[in-house]
Design a protein around this ligand. Structure first.
Ligand SMILES: O=C(O)CCC(=O)C(=O)O
Length: 268
């Protein structure tokens, strides 16, 4: 059982994020860690490159030689990740944080920032990628490595979720096939954010309204993460966007009005 204390719930309300260190057992973590490496090695190909493109990104990275390897929806690659999506400790904690017993999957993704050149992510709100009416959307960000500012760890502007959606800077990458959302790096620089230092197995949950980003990996270590994006069944998307396989999958509770399902064709 991982029910949150009143202090933890208050921290979440005040800050828009919380680090949980007691979700996975050592053995559960080992299994995920090993499978993550196996899949990344197996899939290793140029299509895994997912670093943001564009002028601001190059400026933030201070070089053109930066990289992030990414695989989306790992639960379609290995049952170990579908199993993890149903982790009871995680879902109990999420129920306490999201304030609903009815929790749906939005999507998952994994980022491996390689040593020495792992790209930074400018400060941004995930809201702009998939806006929902009630802002119930949260990310559960599993750290597979010890992570801190030196190897590209996560950082946040605590409490920024309270300001609601901020005006967004959208940038079409030089490759033209992606739109990246982020805040003006002069207004919200990475180096003024609060680093979240994690141990392997820690899970950081944050609101999609929280300003977050991550540093460049300048160390000789990898910085691997696996992220699950989830929403409440009582919420509804504002735009028909960011579809992914398995979206709307019930992870906890029930979805009696099926409102949070993304596409009409899934309604029946
Ligand atoms: O991989 C990272 O460090 C950042 C990921 C992130 O912030 C995002 O994808 O929204």
């Amino acid at each position: 059982m991982v029910r949150l204390t009143n202090e933890q719930k208050q921290f979440w309300k005040d800050n828009g994020f919380i680090k949980l260190s007691n979700i996975l057992t050592e053995n559960e973590f080992k299994v995920i860690d090993k499978e993550y490496n196996r899949i990344f090695k197996l899939k290793n190909n140029p299509g895994m490159e997912a670093a943001w493109e564009g002028k601001e990104m190059k400026e933030a990275a201070k070089t053109e030689d930066y990289s992030v390897h990414s695989i989306h929806n790992l639960q379609f690659h290995s049952a170990i990740f579908s199993h993890f999506l149903h982790n009871n400790n995680l879902l109990e904690a999420l129920e306490d944080l999201m304030g609903t017993p009815n929790i749906l999957l939005h999507h998952t993704k994994a980022h491996d920032k390689p040593p020495g050149k792992g790209a930074p992510y400018l400060m941004h709100q995930d809201y702009h990628y998939f806006p929902f009416k009630k802002h119930s959307m949260v990310a559960a960000f599993l750290c597979l490595d010890q992570s801190d500012p030196s190897n590209g760890g996560l950082c946040v502007y605590p409490g920024s979720h309270k300001n609601g959606p901020l005006e967004d800077v959208g940038h079409k990458g030089d490759g033209i096939d992606h739109i990246y959302h982020y805040q003006d790096p002069n207004k919200y620089p990475l180096d003024k954010a609060t680093p979240i230092v994690c141990e392997p197995g820690d899970i950081v949950v944050f609101s999609y309204l929280l300003l977050h980003g991550s540093y460049k990996n300048t160390s000789d270590r990898h910085r691997r993460m696996f992220l699950i994006q989830l929403m409440a069944a009582e919420d509804e998307p504002m735009e028909d966007t960011h579809k992914s396989p398995g979206q709307g999958w019930m992870l906890r509770g029930s979805n009696d009005n099926r409102k949070a399902v993304m596409a009409e064709r899934f309604l029946h």
